[in-house]
Design a protein around this ligand. Structure first.
Ligand SMILES: *Cc1c(COP(=O)(O)O)cnc(C)c1O
Length: 466
């Protein structure tokens, strides 16, 4: 049975169920499976005839172990993806010879976060019901995670969801996607502060062990292993549909917290013939600079038109460090300490070389991002969101040097989530999909709160039904 270890090494090994419910390890580390399961070429080839849901079962089963029976797990996968409005779930669209877009935005809240969150909703229900317990989810969002979590738990009678978002700093569509549920277990809190303030409030809650235990606090942001696991699937489905494992494939991933692209790295470890994983950053390019210089150095956060990638510290990079250093937790503990104290740590030359074996990187200016949205519409007739555009700009640059291997660029959100910037670049207002036809006539309900830990704690304690 698959066991999980913490990247800081001080926790005991856990089962999948425990990892699912705990999110962050109490020693501050992130959970990883002890070994990478391998799928044979024959097994991967057989995916060609299977649906997204069936492939999902084969790819994830080795990680869930005996947490769910096969029938249970299949039903959970089917239910999760019945909320998507495309029958392929994550369809692949051809842009040009050897360049494809992987559309990950056909779920209920129009961003790739739904792919994992819808399944996490099912898995939580299953485990909480078996253990006869309830849970409270508190998360900070810069836009997309919040609504995806709400959509995943809106029908649950075992889970209360509290989402902290920075007041006035998310797009209008994103705000309405969080404030119009009309459900008593779903709570949107507009915090007078920025995203970092929201995140720091949530961290304080996790560190307040008494409060954490009282409300049965749990986390669903991208440090939760189950999210990474659910995202491995679309690397397989897309690559197999254009010829893998008989040929190599490259992927370009618009990156913020390093969660989505780490799922691609896991797919490679499992045997999918990925040649390069290309990290695409906006002006917040800490990962690109790390790959170039070997130095992971924090800088001030810049606001861009791709806000879901406006992140300074990519939490999931710790998982890759564990790989680069072959599980030497002492290095990780030291690096994380230096990062907290001095805002920087250095990779050894050996680790940097291993990093560069699997990954490439690139960054784009704001002008380039806008220009690429325009160009993609004119050349290929595809209207893309700014995050996707960062990916395309970086992928195009790479393909000028090498286009012999097929490239798949991830389209992480629907353009209608960011109508302002898309219209500014193209003159075209992207249409919201049918399921949101009445978004602007729905009643908004949210609480405005000060950036005050005690006040927010009280609000949550009062409203949770644990
Ligand atoms: C979350 C998000 C990203 C970044 O993904 P990571 O897993 O944090 O690297 C990119 N694009 C969109 C639209 C997102 O919502």
């Amino acid at each position: 049975m698959m066991q999980y270890v913490s990247t800081r090494g001080q926790e005991e090994e856990l089962s999948f169920q425990e990892v699912l419910l705990s999110g962050l390890a109490r020693d501050g580390g992130l959970y990883l499976p002890k070994i990478w399961p391998r799928l044979s070429d024959d097994h991967i080839s057989s995916f060609e005839r299977l649906s997204y849901q069936d492939i999902a079962f084969h790819v994830m089963k080795p990680f869930t172990g005996d947490a769910f029976s096969d029938d249970e797990f299949k039903l959970m996968i089917d239910t999760a993806y019945s909320s998507f409005d495309h029958e392929a779930i994550c369809p692949l669209v051809k842009l040009s010879k050897n360049h494809f877009l992987l559309e990950l935005f056909h779920g209920p809240t129009l961003a790739f976060k739904d792919v994992a969150m819808q399944l996490i909703g099912q898995m939580f229900e299953n485990v909480l019901r078996k253990r006869n317990i309830r849970a409270t989810i508190v998360a900070a969002t810069s836009g997309d995670t919040g609504s995806a979590a709400m959509a995943a738990f809106e029908k649950s009678d075992l889970v209360d969801v509290f989402i902290l978002f920075p007041k006035g700093r998310v797009s209008d569509v994103q705000q309405r996607q969080m404030t119009t549920w009309g459900r008593s277990n779903i709570h949107a809190l507009a915090v007078e502060g920025n995203f970092d303030d929201c995140q720091s409030l949530v961290k304080q809650m996790f560190n307040d062990h008494q409060f954490r235990d009282t409300i049965k606090l749990t986390g669903v942001n991208s440090i939760n292993w189950a999210r990474i696991m659910s995202q491995i699937v679309y690397y397989f489905t897309s690559a197999v549909s254009i010829g893998a494992p008989k040929c190599n494939i490259n992927f370009t991933v618009p990156t913020g917290n390093f969660g989505d692209i780490f799922a691609g790295y896991v797919a490679k470890k499992m045997g999918l013939p990925i040649d390069k994983l290309v990290i695409a950053s906006n002006q917040n390019d800490i990962l690109h600079r790390t790959l170039v210089t070997g130095e992971y150095r924090k800088r001030d956060l810049k606001q861009t038109i791709s806000p879901s990638m406006d992140i300074q510290v990519a939490s999931n990079f710790e998982r890759l460090l564990f790989e680069l250093y072959d599980g030497q937790v002492n290095f990780i503990k030291k690096a994380m300490h230096e990062l907290a104290q001095e805002g920087v740590f250095k990779l050894s030359l050996e680790a940097l070389n291993i990093f560069r074996d699997d990954f490439l990187s690139g960054t784009t200016s704001e002008e380039m991002t806008s220009e690429t949205i325009k160009k993609t519409l004119h050349e290929f007739g595809e209207l893309v969101c700014p995050h996707n555009s960062v990916g395309l700009a970086v992928a195009n640059g790479f393909r000028k040097i090498n286009d012999s291997v097929s490239m798949i660029t991830l389209a992480t959100a629907h353009p209608s989530k960011f109508p302002g910037s898309v219209k500014a670049c193209t003159g075209v207002t992207p249409m919201l999909p049918e399921r949101y036809h009445d978004l602007y006539s729905r009643e908004e309900v949210f609480l405005s709160v000060k950036n005050d830990f005690r006040e927010i704690k009280e609000i949550i304690a009062e409203r949770t039904s644990v």
